[in-house]
Every structure is written in C-alpha cells, then in structure tokens.
Design a binder for this molecule. Structure first.
Ligand code: SAM
Ligand code: MD0
Ligand code: SF4
Length: 381
C-alpha cells in the first residue's frame, strides 16, 4: 500500500544533518543511523545529491580508474562469505605466472587506468616456512612498477611489518585490507580463526611505513546500522585514505550461500554517508557487485573511483562476482567511459591522481611525525 503520510520523514532533521556535514562537522552516531535508516526515496535522493556536491567540491568531475588483477585464488583462510575460501571445492583455483600478470598490467595501463590493484588470497605459497614466500610478490610489484610506472595497490591479506616494509620499498603505494565489520563477534563469525586486532594493526603498520591504506565494510552480513556508525568512527581513527563498502553477494559452495543478498540500495546509502563524513577521501564504485549495470547508481551516490576493471581474455577472476561481465568485455575502460559521460564525469589525468597520492603521503608523514614526537601542530605544514 502506498503511504501518503509524511510520518517518519523528518525534513528538518535531514536538512540539519546534511547542512552539518556540508560545514565539515563530524556527524554523531545518532545522525549516521538516522541517515542509514531512511526509507523515503526523496530523502535518499537528497542524501545522494549532498554526497555528489561534496565530491564535486573536492574532486571536481574527475574520477580515478583502477585495474584489478586477482593474481592467485588459492587461500589458507576460510571466510564464510568468500567464494575462494579454502574449503570451497566449487571455486576455480589458479596462480598466474609473473609474465602473465605483468602483461595484463601493461594492457590495463595502456588502456588508461590510474592504478594496478594486485589482489590475491592468503596463498599458502606466500606463507611458506622458509620466509622467502613473499619474494615473488615483491619482484612482481617491482616489475609492474617498472613496466607501467603506475601506482600499485597490494591486497594479499594480513602480513608482518617486515613484509609490508619490503612491499613499500619495492614501490607499492597502497595496502588494502578490509575488516568487513568492526563488531568483533561478527568479525569472528565472518572470518573464523582470524585475529581482529592483527588485521587492524596490519593497516596501522602499513600507514606508519608510508603506505596509503584502504579500509572496507561488507554490507548485509549481519551488521546493524549502529555497527556501521561505529565502523565510521574506527575509519576516522585509522585515517584511511580510501574507504569502501560492498554489498554481500551469496556465493555457491559457502556456508552463507542461502543467506539473502544485501538490500541493493544499502551499499549506496552507506557510500553516500561515507562521502559526507570523509569528503576528501577516495570511495570506490566497484564493478564487482552488480557489474557495469550497477556503476551509475554508485557514482550517483558520491563514489569517485571505479574499481575492478578487469581485462577479458586472460582468465582472470573477480571477487564478489568472479565471472560477471569480465569475458564479455564489460569491465573495460571503454565500457566505463560511457557511464562516466552519462554522469557528466570524466577520467582524471594521471597527474591529478599522482598529485592526490602525494598530498595524502605528505599529510600522513605529518601525522606520523606528530604522533611520534607528541607535539601538536608542528611538522612545518
Ligand atoms: N585475501 C585478501 C583479503 O581477504 O584481504 C584479498 C581479497 S579481496 C580484497 C576480499 C574482499 O572482497 C573481502 O575483504 C570482501 O570485502 C570482498 N568480498 C569477498 N567475498 C564477497 C562477497 N561474497 N560479497 C561481497 N564482497 C565480498
Ligand atoms: C574491487 N574486486 O575493487 C575488487 C576488490 C581489492 N583491493 C578490491 C574487492 O571491487
Ligand atoms: Fe581468503 Fe580473502 Fe577470501 Fe578470506 S576474503 S577467504 S582471506 S581470499
């Protein structure tokens, strides 16, 4: 039944909350849960408009494009939501050879991406007992850097500060590692046998070593709106450079196979709230959840990066959608550009992306120095 009542719509409250965000004030958990709980389409549209307005203020109409290479689908972990969990016999396992990966990276660079995202499972071959398991990954980062000259993001799971330092030295700019949730009980359920604190600490270590970091949430996996509001507070403490949310997609052969997929709109709501709270940070619109068809709505919610651009013909997988749109060539720059144009957005110039990275690195060095010397202000900036 269509409701004509305005009950539950509080225009003043929405106005006040959006105005506060526009002024750069930090929203309270109560305000965040109010935004996340909105059901009225008109109100939701106003939230998206505010998110786009803040994106424009900080980034103009420029969007960054990330090429994605899932280098190895072997994993020692058993995350309940993931197709590539160790015990899933239905998943397709591969470990791509270095020359193949470098060639795919070169192809992506030639097509015009701004970054190469090198992702993998916690492949047991990395964590061998000789301590040399990461040598190949480190060489790989060096080769991709040399061949493409683009920034590289690595997401091989949790690792020691020593390996993170070697990855940074090899030329990696970014370390991505998603907590999924900051509610410990839910984390333990989603990532059985893994250590919440260690995963979080890995990101702090990476930041201290000069790597930019990405933090992410999984939506529709059992969290409440208050959990999400609490996650936003942790993201602020982490000072994450890129933040994201992805709707949970049920995976065949996993214990969460029969769980209902996430509310399709929820990822957009959370992304838009992220834009309000972290207006000058990067927020991805991933092709990995709803494919190309879902890109426009993600950009409309204030995202300013397109991720999971995957070259066809290489047998490469996605993560939440391991097949969708890849071999059909719908995760390519050419396909993405059409959507950008329709949204009156454009692909950034590489210099714009490099300048953004540099400014974050400088801000980070400043924070680190301040924290170390316990001096407020300072650091000459
Ligand atoms: N193995 C590394 C790790 O777990 O950090 C890198 C792999 S990749 C970046 C894994 C991410 O994809 C997860 O952290 C999760 O956020 C997302 N993901 C995996 N399975 C998903 C699913 N079924 N639905 C939505 N997102 C999923
Ligand atoms: C994406 N499938 O961007 C990738 C992945 C890993 N750094 C990112 C979740 O959608
Ligand atoms: Fe492995 Fe990452 Fe999948 Fe977990 S999310 S099973 S760590 S690939």
């Amino acid at each position: 039944m269509k409701t004509t009542s305005k009950m539950g719509k509080d225009p003043n409250k929405l106005d006040a909350t959006l105005a506060k965000a526009e002024e750069g004030e930090i929203l309270s958990k109560k305000e965040i849960t109010f935004l996340l709980g909105m059901k009225d389409n008109e109100q939701i549209d106003r939230l998206f408009q505010a998110a786009r307005h803040l994106r424009r203020k900080h980034f103009g109409n420029a969007v960054f494009l990330y090429g994605f290479i899932y280098a190895s689908t072997y994993c020692r972990n058993d995350c309940r939501f993931c197709f590539f969990r160790r015990s899933n016999t239905q998943s397709r396992r591969y470990r791509k050879a270095t020359p193949k990966i470098v060639a795919a990276a070169r192809g992506l660079a030639d097509a015009g991406v701004h970054l190469i995202d090198l992702t993998m499972g916690e492949d047991p071959s990395l964590f061998d007992t000789t301590g040399t398991g990461f040598d190949r990954l480190i060489d790989l980062v060096e080769s991709i850097r040399k061949t493409t000259e683009l920034p590289v993001m690595v997401s091989p799971g949790v690792m020691s500060p020593n390996i993170l330092a070697r990855l940074a030295e090899a030329g990696a700019s970014w370390y991505a590692c998603y907590q999924e949730t900051h509610q410990r009980r839910l984390f333990d359920r989603l990532r059985p046998g893994q250590d919440y604190d260690l995963r979080l600490e890995s990101k702090l270590n990476a930041h201290d070593l000069g790597l930019l970091i990405e933090e992410g949430l999984l939506c529709g996996a059992g969290e409440t709106n208050l959990d999400i509001a609490e996650s936003m507070a942790v993201m602020r403490r982490l000072d994450a450079d890129q933040i994201r949310v992805m709707n949970f997609v049920p995976q065949p052969g996993t214990p969460m196979e029969k769980r209902a997929p996430a509310d399709p709109q929820k990822e957009m709501l959370i992304s838009a709230v992220m834009r309000l709270l972290f207006p000058n940070r990067l927020i991805p619109a991933s092709l990995d959840v709803d494919g190309l068809a879902g890109l426009k709505q993600r950009l409309n919610a204030g995202a300013n990066v397109v991720t999971s651009i995957v070259p066809p013909g290489e047998g490469l997988a996605g993560v939440a959608q391991h097949n969708l749109d890849i071999e059909e060539g719908r995760r390519t720059i050419a396909s993405v550009m059409k959507v950008l144009e329709a949204c009156e957005l454009r692909s950034a110039r590489i210099e714009e992306y490099l300048a953004w990275i540099r400014s974050r690195q400088e801000a980070m060095a400043c924070t680190f120095q301040r924290r170390k010397s316990r001096v407020s202000g300072g650091c000459g900036r």
